[in-house]
Design a protein around this ligand. Structure first.
Ligand code: FE2
Length: 211
């Protein structure tokens, strides 16, 4: 695949300004020193309390009910996702946005347990500013990628010129590891491929309203 750099060309015949419009930011973040053991225990505790969970994009597996946490609540309460929140409060303000993110006003959060052969259909997360998923447990072997779909609709109509010259194409898969988090625009469609291993793959997903 040829990657076209974002640079200008000037010569005696013309000046060309190459402008990359409508770029899609995805942050792949390796979180250090997070209490994964606590998060793992809490997710299984949650499943015990609420074994049916709710049905969303998941086929098989378990999807917890949704929890809404506001900034005020988060400051004085310890909850199931505290180890992740402590890290998010550090990470959000250092993301390279201008103006920078101060904090979140609201977070809707849920846990996912994908057991063998379960997967998540293509979907997006409307109604918030930034979406994310954090991986508490990823078994070794093919535990399933998270696949992001190119939001440029024109590519659905076999725009070969664009596909072959720019990074992207119809989809890009990422293979998460434990302790990794992805942050992405809520509009970015994605799916989760089947977990082919015998162990659970555990993630925590969230939608942030930011300030
Ligand atoms: Fe999702």
């Amino acid at each position: 695949m040829i990657v076209v750099q974002n640079h200008d060309i000037e010569n005696e015949n013309c000046n060309i300004s190459h402008q990359m419009l409508f770029q899609t930011p995805v942050f792949e973040i390796e979180i250090k020193d997070i209490d994964n053991k606590k998060l793992l225990e809490n997710v299984y505790k949650l499943k015990k309390i609420d074994p049916d969970g709710c049905q969303r994009s998941n086929y098989g597996g378990w999807h917890s009910s949704l929890f809404t946490i506001t900034k005020e609540q988060d400051q004085d309460s310890i909850h199931l996702f505290t180890p992740l929140f402590e890290k998010l409060q550090y990470i959000l303000p250092i993301l390279p946005f201008e103006p920078t993110i101060v904090s979140f006003q609201k977070c809707v959060i849920w846990a996912n347990i994908n057991n063998k052969n379960s997967f998540n259909d293509r979907h997006n997360h409307p109604g918030c500013d930034l979406s994310g998923v954090y991986y508490v447990k990823v078994p070794s072997g093919n535990a399933g990628s998270i696949t992001f779909y190119d939001p440029r609709q024109a590519l659905s109509y076999s725009d070969h010129f664009v596909k072959t010259r720019y990074v992207g194409g119809e989809r890009i898969a990422r293979f998460p590891i434990e302790g990794n988090m992805y942050l992405f625009p809520p509009s970015l469609e994605h799916s989760v491929m089947p977990n082919e291993t015998d162990e659970d793959r555990i993630s925590i997903s969230f939608n942030l309203s930011l300030e």
